[in-house]
Design a binder for this molecule. Structure first.
Ligand SMILES: C[S@@+](CC[C@H](N)C(=O)[O-])C[C@H]1O[C@@H](n2cnc3c(N)ncnc32)[C@H](O)[C@@H]1O
Length: 406
């Protein structure tokens, strides 16, 4: 049978193979190794090219065979610490027999898993039955990436897999009940996702947040948000004054990065999160003060230059976001304090897959959403804040939403 495909006359321009090849060549000639923008552009074109070349059946098999089986073997490999063992003895190539002994698994089984990992390019086949780590599998030896990936493949995937059933059960209404989301259905729990995670895979969750933030541009990186020009302007600068409060800042990775970038900006740095998270904090530089604080209660740190809140508001429906912001507002000094919200701003068109997949994760886990500029404006206006500017520093990553008292 003739494979089904969209003819080039029907295909949107961006899916046109010759056009994509020309774009790839043009961008490829400007490619600078280490430049994340040029790498990202090339990757997007290359991805569109793969999709344009794929027949529908190949796409179905990629999504229906390759992806779920890849998830299964990667999870098994992580459970066995396979990639760790592959790094032993200076990462020299190893056979399935060696690796079976090193991981305590059956050789026949392991050789099949290794072959799939190699065909999916997670590891590399260096000869017949000889395997080595790639950059990806080597990164999974690091506990931050390994723990975070296990969290995604386990806790998040279970929630996403339950989404179709949950949506069918509720007549395809846009979910808004955080205690009746796909998360509760998939995990057979009545707990809010945060409570469930705290009980079941808290370290994995914190690792995921830390690893995710390590791998993308941060708001305080050069060229993103002009930290010195904006936060440094009119800074009172007394050593007792607070420069930045990271509200819901997990174990402090954002504040650590901020301090590394701007060690000379004066003022205290305060890390806030729930007591259970603050108890996990270790190795913070002395300058960062950990503080247990529930953001549904009044902000205790008054008159900070900025209250920074990263990837927290998207976890909550609008009324809860209003509550969180209303608890910060009384602590702000008019004309001095800002609120800096680090979140996705979903564009009207051409949203990146990173943004849309996070939106689907939010719908599955919390029955919430990634928000558009209009949504952010509405939430901020509703609590008496004024959106000063949205600083978008990389497509597909988050933006910094700068807001002040109106
Ligand atoms: C998605 S994580 C974001 C963490 C961090 N800001 C980041 O971007 O990596 C959400 C954070 O909100 C914290 N959180 C949840 N409920 C909270 C509450 N009521 N008060 C304070 N923090 C809370 C969680 O513990 C978690 O660290």
């Amino acid at each position: 049978m003739e494979p089904l495909y969209i003819s080039s006359s029907e295909a949107p321009k961006s899916r046109d193979v010759p056009t994509l090849l020309r774009q790839l060549a043009a961008k490829g000639s400007n490619f600078v190794d280490g430049n994340s923008e040029s790498r990202g552009e090339l990757l997007e074109i290359a991805r569109s090219l793969c999709i344009a070349l794929e027949t529908p059946m190949e796409a179905i098999l990629r999504m229906g065979w390759a992806q779920p089986t890849l998830e299964a073997v990667v999870r098994t490999a992580l459970d066995l610490k396979l990639f760790d063992r592959m790094e032993d003895e200076d990462g020299s190539p190893k056979s399935s027999a060696q690796l079976a002994i090193m991981t305590g698994s059956d050789q026949v089984l392991l050789s099949r898993i290794l072959k799939h990992l190699a065909s999916m390019e997670v590891i590399i086949e260096m000869g017949t039955d000889l395997y080595g780590n790639t950059r990806l599998s080597k990164s999974l030896v690091d506990s931050i990436y390994r723990g975070g990936f296990r969290f995604c493949l386990g806790t998040l995937v279970t929630a996403c897999r339950a989404l179709p059933e949950q949506l069918a059960n509720t007549g395809y209404r846009n979910p808004t009940e955080s205690l009746q989301s796909a998360f509760q259905l998939g995990h057979h729990t009545k707990l809010h996702a945060f409570e469930f995670v705290q009980k079941n895979d808290f370290v994995g969750f914190n690792n995921h947040m830390a690893g995710y933030s390590l791998s993308r541009a941060r708001w305080c990186d050069p060229g993103c948000f002009p930290v010195e020009e904006i936060l440094g302007k009119n800074l009172r600068g007394d050593k007792n004054d607070v420069l930045l409060v990271d509200v819901g800042g997990a174990t402090g990775h954002d504040l650590i990065a901020f301090h590394e970038q701007y060690p000379k900006l004066p003022g205290r740095l305060v890390l806030q999160d729930l007591p259970v998270t603050i108890a996990e904090v270790e190795g913070l530089p002395d300058i960062i003060e950990p503080m247990a604080h529930d953001f549904f209660t009044k902000q205790p740190v008054k008159g900070a230059r900025a209250y920074y809140i990263h990837s927290c508001l998207h976890d909550w429906p609008d009324d809860k976001c209003q509550e969180i912001l209303n608890n910060i507002i009384p602590a702000m000094t008019p004309g001095y304090s800002s609120i800096l919200i680090n979140e996705n701003v979903v564009p009207e068109k051409d949203a990146h897959w990173l943004t849309t997949s996070l939106d689907m994760i939010m719908i599955s886990v919390f029955a919430t959403a990634e928000r558009t500029e209009k949504d952010w404006n509405e939430i901020l206006n509703s609590v008496g804040l004024h959106l000063v500017k949205i600083w978008t520093y990389e497509r597909g990553t988050q933006s910094l939403i700068e807001a002040e008292l109106r």
